[in-house]
Each structure stands twice: as C-alpha cells, then as structure tokens.
Write a protein that binds this ligand. Structure first.
Ligand code: ADE
Length: 233
C-alpha cells in the first residue's frame, strides 16, 4: 500500500515514520510513504499558500489553487484522497479497515485557520477528524490515520494474530480489551489475577470476556448502547 502525505511541515510527518513498526515496514518495502511539501505549489516567488478569508474573520485560509496543484501531483486513478479536518467524520477502527483496502491513500493536512471550502467540496473524497478537539494542524491527525491503517496492511505487523484480539475487533468489536499481565506474578503485593496462571483456557477466555465487558461498562458505556454483537445473540 502507498500513502502520500501533503503538508506544510514535512519534517513533522517524516520523523515518526522512522521508528518502530512503521519504520521497519518502510525499510522492508511493505509500505511506501511519500511526504510532500505543499509550499512547492505555492504562488509566486514567495510560494504563498494562504490568504485572508472572504467575508472577514481572523487568521489565514489555505488556497484552493495551491491544494489543487498539490493533490494533482500525487493523485492516481485508484487514489482515495482524505482531508484531515476537525469538522470531518469521526475516524475509527471501521474507517481504518475500510481505508486499509485502498491501494493508494492521500492524506491532506490543513493548517492556519482552515482550508478553502472548495477543497472539501471538489478535490477530496472525504474529510476525517480524529476526535472532538482542535489540533494546530492536520499533521498529527494524518499520522494517527496512517499508523492505524498501515498496521492493518498484511505483513506490517510481526504477529497478525493480535489483530483479532484487540479492542474494536474480534468477536465483539464493542468491547475494550481486557488488561494483560506478565512476570513477575507479584510485585509490591500486586498479584496477577489467579485465573491467568491456571492454564485453563476456557476459564481464561471467560475471565477476559467478563473483564472486557466490565471495563467497557465503566469507561465507555456509549459503546454498549448499540446492537449486541452476533457472538452474544
Ligand atoms: N486538524 C486539526 N484538528 C484536527 C482533528 N481533530 N482531526 C483531524 N484534523 C485536524
């Protein structure tokens, strides 16, 4: 899978891609990521990328002509082009799965007060928000989307079995994952739950499911408001 990120701050995007699982997947050629400076498509000698808003208001707005050129330079017939936007649809694990099936994902990072409305209306396929808060720009949001999508691409994770067991996946995607533990079995008097040391697989599975349900009820009751998962019916 290929990603192209369009940004005014390429170094902000490149840094995190050098490390850990994404760094290894890139080095192994399992993913391709291009990071492109939108300013290369800026207007005139000063490479201007923004202007004052029509109708007044504070701050600067990123220009549609500049973003049109930046997107055109990377778009392919099989691309999905996504604008990172706090006013976009909420990004979640289902969206990550949907985007992981796309051969080419283009992530457009907004900055300043906003992006000319015609970009969202005419130049991108969708706009996504990573949550109900406003970041200084789309770069961190694009990295969140890139990371969540890339780890679903076959061959990126060392142990793909873990995908089935984690939160928002598996038998009941409404549930948060139960906590996990490793050695030492006791530390400062804090013991690992007995059942996990029992070797009794059925009891361990039942315990994990119960803990996942209790945790979800406590911290994310909203996730249980929907219809029950098929496994529960
Ligand atoms: N740009 C600024 N805030 C954002 C958010 N919450 N999600 C996506 N892009 C953003």
């Amino acid at each position: 899978m290929r990603f192209d990120v369009l940004t005014l701050f390429p170094d902000m995007v490149r840094g995190p891609l050098e490390h850990s699982i994404l760094g290894r997947a890139l080095a192994a050629g399992r993913l391709e990521v291009g990071v492109h400076d939108i300013r290369a498509h800026g207007i005139g000698r000063h490479r201007v990328v923004d202007d004052t808003p029509y109708g007044g208001g504070s701050g600067m707005v990123m220009r549609v002509d500049v973003l049109d050129a930046a997107i055109a330079a990377v778009r392919r017939p099989d691309s999905r082009v996504v604008l990172m936007d706090p006013a976009g649809a909420r990004f979640d694990q289902a969206a990550a799965r949907r985007l992981a099936a796309v051969p080419h994902l283009v992530l457009v990072c907004g900055h300043y007060e906003g992006v000319d409305g015609r970009v969202r209306e005419h130049l991108v396929d969708e706009a996504l928000s990573i949550g109900d808060y406003v970041l200084t720009g789309g770069e961190l949001a694009a990295l969140v989307v890139l990371d969540a999508v890339a780890r679903l691409v076959p061959g990126v994770l060392g142990n793909p079995d873990s995908l089935a067991e984690e939160s928002f996946s598996g038998d009941d995607p409404r549930l948060l994952e139960a906590p996990c533990y490793t050695r030492p079995a006791t530390w400062r008097g804090w013991s690992v739950p007995e059942v996990l040391l029992s070797g009794h697989h059925a009891r361990i599975a039942a315990w994990r499911r119960e803990r996942a349900l209790a945790l979800t009820r406590r911290v994310r009751p909203d996730r249980l408001a929907g219809p029950p998962a098929p496994a529960e019916e």
